[in-house]
Ligand binder design. Structure first.
Ligand code: FAD
Length: 391
């Protein structure tokens, strides 16, 4: 006797798919489900990023690599994204004396990473969603509860009203602190672990000058400093977004403007005049450093009812630059498996089986890079404190 899911597959019933989270992975997943003929509701907690004055959340720009490009190419968007992306042909390393040197990623085949704005990329994906009549976007809808077995969900809108919704399949693309995953965690047989690291990050900016970049544009700039580091990726407006990543202890030891300027003069001598002293002081003390978490879990699905993708399934520390790329690769893999037209419960089980080892591996690789940097933390923090005390 064929299962209900198998009958649905054979009869080509249009499923109602609810994708929760319209970030980079959710909007890409919605596109793929819709292109396969499903009815898709895309729910997003925040306002429409295309109308937002300030885009909240994680990094302002990201390094797009082959995994992400392949997923974008599959929905016909790779060229549109690359048209505004900035190629980064290698790393430009900045030492403490202010000297720089270049390490190309691929001198022979000339492959490169691309710096893309999170907002621009999300906009391209959402605009593509708008073009498909079988995707409905619901912004300012925060998932507050769900019954995965019954496919029922409840959302809150800005007026704090509850909005009920129903779907055949619920797909959680709601990031590292996923609500959909919280429902999976309660199910027997669901494995879950999370680890916060002792390093935080905050974003600074090297603005453009006279309408041009202040550093060579086609590189990922790195200031490696053992226990901490700074990186900078170019933006389309000819500025650089700078990410300062260091142990919370070091952040805490920088308590005032003098500490901050002395710290930058010592460690980031060449970057300080580019950022500008006043801008640095403003940006550094404006926000607290953000936490970074690594999450492993499995299975990624529940029967033929629910699935998690992207950071919801495997958030990782950013030292490998692969979080978004891996999330987009989830969508590529899922779409390939869906094309086999197996019953949905088998499809989702096959997705978990084919994905979890790679996802765990990339979380580990990202963490190894972090641990390597962290090993010297205590010695450096001690020295730094002593040095700040002498000022
Ligand atoms: P998110 O981007 O977190 O999107 C989740 C969406 O779900 C959000 O829009 C959120 O508002 C919404 N949401 C959350 N809860 C709810 C709810 N209850 N109801 C409805 N909606 C909800 N990756 C790379 O590949 N390359 C890089 O260079 C890179 N650099 C990074 C640098 C930093 C500093 C950090 C922190 C991360 C970096 N990453 C990078 C990782 C990348 O940011 C993530 O992997 C990527 O954003 C994951 O996308 P996502 O769509 O799964 O989750």
């Amino acid at each position: 006797e064929p299962t209900e899911a198998a009958r649905d597959e054979r009869h080509g019933r249009r499923r109602r798919v609810a994708v929760v989270g319209a970030g980079l992975v959710g909007s890409l997943a919605a596109l793929n489900f819709a292109r396969m003929g499903n009815d898709v509701d895309l729910y997003e907690y925040r306002e429409d990023i295309r109308q937002a004055l300030v885009v909240q959340g994680r990094s302002i720009n990201l390094a797009l690599s082959q995994r992400g490009r392949k997923a974008l190419a599959a929905v016909g968007l790779e060229q549109e994204v690359l048209a505004t992306a900035i190629p980064m042909r290698g790393r430009m390393l900045h030492d403490v004396r202010g000297n720089s040197s270049v390490v190309l990623y691929d001198p022979i085949n000339k492959q490169c990473l691309y710096s893309v704005g999170r907002r621009q990329l999300n906009e391209v994906l959402l605009n593509a969603c708008d073009k498909l009549p079988n995707i409905r976007c619901h912004f300012e809808h925060k998932l507050t509860s769900a019954n995965l077995r019954e496919g029922s969900m409840e959302f809150r809108n800005p007026a704090k009203e509850a909005v009920a919704a129903q779907a055949d399949l619920i797909v959680g693309c709601d990031g590292a602190f996923s609500s959909v995953r919280q429902h999976l965690v309660r199910l027997p047989g669901f494995n879950y672990s999370q680890e916060y690291i002792e390093t935080g990050y905050l974003e600074l900016c090297i603005p453009s000058k006279s309408g041009d970049f202040q550093m060579p544009a086609n590189y990922l700039h790195i200031w490696p400093r053992n226990t901490f580091m700074m990186i900078a990726l170019p933006n389309q407006d000819k500025s650089f977004t700078v990410t300062l990543s260091m142990p919370f202890e070091i952040f805490a030891s920088i308590q005032n403007q003098n500490d901050l300027l002395a710290f930058f003069k010592l460690h980031f001598r060449d970057a300080l005049p580019l950022i500008g002293e006043q801008q640095l002081i403003k940006d550094f003390f404006k926000t607290r450093p953000q936490f970074l978490v690594s999450i492993k879990c499995r299975p990624y699905h529940y029967a033929d009812k629910a699935l998690i993708l992207g950071d919801a399934a495997h958030a990782m520390v950013p030292y490998y630059g692969q979080g978004m790329n891996a999330g987009m690769e989830d969508v590529t893999l899922l779409t390939d498996i869906l094309a086999k037209q197996l019953p949905l419960d088998e499809t989702l089980a096959l997705f978990t089986e084919s994905r979890w080892q790679d996802a765990f591996a990339i979380c580990d690789l990202a963490m190894y890079n972090y641990v390597e940097m962290r090993d010297l933390t205590k010695r450096w923090t001690f020295r730094l404190r002593k040095w700040l005390d002498t000022l």
